[in-house]
Design a protein around this ligand. Structure first.
Ligand SMILES: Nc1ncnc2c1ncn2[C@@H]1O[C@H](COP(=O)(O)OP(=O)(O)OP(=O)(O)O)[C@@H](O)[C@H]1O
Length: 252
């Protein structure tokens, strides 16, 4: 059995009268892309926010490598290698894509962001930053200021910045949203290339893509996991078919 890196046990989160996550349990294993799917409002983003430390659960526990990290905040979890793209790193609008990634590389090395100018001249930061841009398919826009990147490019930049922190757990909330076909394909290949060394939780609406990419699929309905397992098993599950049929057949 592959190593469980991050585990949620019985997470509950209430917003007023609504249970956004209701005894939600999940295990993220190294070597797996684990997709979280479900209808709008099922609680996917709320689940991700609790795993990243952005939201505190009302009840339930979160474990990383067997240690209870429920009380740990987002920066604390990031230091442990749990990165949520789009939030863990601030994008500086006036800086180029390359400079932004160089800063994230520098942050990983433990230096303060105010050393920016030095980072921009320092090949030990720029070389890995260039490599990361290449890896996410953004090398052509290295000199473009973050503020003027197209939507899909911005997402690629955010993923490059998250990767600069060398996380072992990657939490991704609809990373393909707003991307064109080619950008989406490039990102899917990137995620596949990361699979071996990471545990990836992917919230994604495109079920066609999910069933192609994921090693494990969990279906969330009304805040609880209705089914979890290998894609073929989940797809054939009558309860999933019934609760989520329309979207499943749309994408299949
Ligand atoms: N901060 C909040 N305050 C009140 N209600 C909230 C809050 N955040 C989420 N909710 C509600 O909790 C439920 C779950 O929302 P969540 O965004 O987690 O679902 P989701 O599965 O990610 O949906 P989508 O697929 O539409 O992004 C929804 O009914 C939503 O309206």
């Amino acid at each position: 059995m592959t190593e469980v890196l991050l585990e949620a046990r019985d997470l509950q989160k209430r917003f007023g009268g609504l249970l956004a996550t209701d005894h939600l349990s999940l295990a993220l294993r190294r070597g797996e892309i684990h997709a979280l799917i479900g209808p709008n409002g099922a609680g996917k983003t709320t689940a991700l926010a609790q795993l990243s430390g952005e939201l505190a659960p009302d009840a339930g526990r979160i474990h990383h490598r067997g240690e209870d990290i429920t009380a740990l905040d987002m920066p604390g979890r990031a230091r442990r290698g749990i990165a949520r793209s789009f939030q863990i790193t601030a994008v500086f609008e006036g800086l180029s894509a390359l400079e932004n990634v160089a800063l994230a590389v520098q942050a990983r090395a433990g230096h303060h962001f105010r050393l920016l100018r030095r980072a921009a001249r320092d090949e030990t930061r720029m070389a890995p930053a260039r490599e990361l841009l290449e890896r996410v398919g953004l090398a052509g826009a290295a000199a473009t200021p973050a503020a003027t990147l197209a939507h899909g490019q911005r997402r690629q930049l955010e993923i490059a910045m998250a990767l600069a922190l060398r996380p072992e757990v990657l939490l991704l909330d609809e990373p393909m949203a707003g991307m064109g076909q080619a950008e989406g394909e490039a990102l899917a290949s990137l995620l596949e290339s990361l699979r071996d060394e990471h545990a990836i939780l992917l919230v994604e609406h495109d079920v066609h893509l999910v069933f192609r990419l994921a090693d494990r699929v969990s279906v969330l309905v009304a805040g609880a996991v209705l089914a979890s397992g290998p894609p073929a098993e989940v797809r054939a599950d009558p309860a999933v078919q019934q609760a989520y049929l329309a979207e499943m057949s749309d994408g299949a």
